[in-house]
Design a protein around this ligand. Structure first.
Ligand SMILES: *Cc1c(COP(=O)(O)O)cnc(C)c1O
Length: 381
């Protein structure tokens, strides 16, 4: 059972793709925790889709179907975390391959990629992909098998032109993968701009309630070798999400478009307010016309610019930590995309990666924007 193809994201999400549980008639799908599935007297599977739950799960398939539809993809695959999804993608590369990866992205990605590349004799070129000529030159010079970008990026909120990056990767004979976590499938659909694979940490905005760890890869070309390799790797190596997590994720996703809309409105309002504050020296948010990535973001995002921004306060680490310490509504915690607003002093978390000591990263939730502004106002003093 599924909804027609021409429906908008909010309809698909709210109705979980049109799933009705039969024979109960429930409007919510059940969780089936069984790891194994029976055969009949003739040894035929009672349900040909289900043999063993390392890769056979109805609730996982239902959730993947909704994700694929939101992303305008042909297929989506869930993983137990965003990093597990990234690892599954990079494990498809042969030893000795060359990759171009955006610099200054989610630190967990960079750190794992450096270790993995060293172990597998993979040549890793880290490039500021928001600099279009630099990316073009890196692709032409190194002819990478895979180009990996993150837009908007975390914590700099840089914008990478996805269509241009796809052109550069393809001209070099490689593929383009996009970490679109900060945008969610509601605000940005990279496959429509030529990306071969889109990746999300579904732990963030897609689930949106800070209570599930999950990752997703999606593609418009499920017959491509990279995709069949990823599928085989998930099935054989077993980086699968559990049924309870998939169920919670689907439940969270029903309100995804609504949450993202509210967060984007809140984030723009708060970022604009901060931009005018005398104790704030800069604000990085692609929704601000002053942001260097605004034009690119406006071209490839729709409906808003997401929940994530960073700002610099006057002074250094002591001043930034003092502001963060005085906040009463924003929780001091890592992660992003949840309904509750979070702040993070990134320099404390990754001290040797060039993050300014005065930088505060904010993930804006769905609270009242004026309450959040009042909290920031008292903290800034
Ligand atoms: C959190 C995050 C990841 C990693 O995802 P996990 O679900 O924590 O494994 C990757 N990329 C970005 C942009 C993220 O924010």
């Amino acid at each position: 059972m599924s909804l027609p193809n021409d429906l908008k994201a909010s309809t698909i999400a709210a109705q979980a793709g049109g799933v009705i549980d039969m024979p109960s008639g429930g409007v919510v799908p059940p969780v089936q925790p069984s790891t194994t599935f029976v055969r009949d007297e003739d040894y035929a599977l009672v349900n040909p889709d289900n043999i063993y739950s390392r890769d056979n799960s109805d609730i996982v398939r239902i959730t993947e179907n909704v994700l694929a539809r939101l992303e305008n993809a042909e297929e989506a695959l869930l993983f137990p975390s965003g990093m597990a999804a990234i690892a599954a993608l990079f494990r498809t590369l042969p030893n000795g391959a060359t990759v171009v990866v955006q610099s200054g992205i989610y630190w967990g990605t960079t750190k794992w990629l450096r270790d993995f590349s060293a172990r597998r004799q993979i040549t890793l070129h880290e490039v500021d992909a928001s600099d279009a000529p630099a990316l073009e030159q890196a692709c032409a010079t190194h002819t990478p098998a895979l180009v990996f970008i993150e837009t908007p990026s975390n914590p700099w909120l840089k914008s990478v032109d996805i269509a241009h990056a796809a052109e550069c990767a393809h001209k070099a004979g490689g593929l383009l993968a996009v970490d679109s976590t900060a945008a969610t499938p509601v605000l940005q659909r990279p496959l429509g701009h030529g990306a071969d694979i889109v990746m999300h940490s579904a732990t963030k905005g897609i689930n949106g309630h800070s209570d599930v760890l999950a990752g997703v890869l999606a593609t418009a070309a499920p017959a491509a070798k990279v995709w069949t390799d990823i599928k085989a790797d998930r099935h054989d190596a077993g980086a699968v999400i559990g049924p309870f997590e998939a169920w919670l994720l689907l439940r969270g996703m029903r309100t995804l478009p609504l949450r993202v809309e509210r967060m984007s409105v809140n984030a723009l309002k708060i970022a604009s307010w901060l931009k005018a504050h005398p104790k704030v020296t800069d604000v990085f948010y692609p929704g601000l016309a002053s942001h260097p990535g605004h034009k690119v973001a406006a071209r490839q995002m729709q409906g808003g610019y997401g929940c994530l921004f960073s700002f610099l306060v006057q002074g250094g680490a002591p001043e930034a930590l003092a502001v963060v310490g005085k906040l009463k509504l924003f929780h001091r915690a890592t992660s992003l995309g949840g309904v509750e607003s979070l702040v993070e002093h990134r320099h404390t978390i990754e001290p040797h990666t060039g993050i300014p000591e005065s930088l505060i990263r904010v993930s804006v939730g769905i609270e009242d924007a004026d309450d959040l502004i009042a909290d920031l106002s008292q903290a800034l003093g």
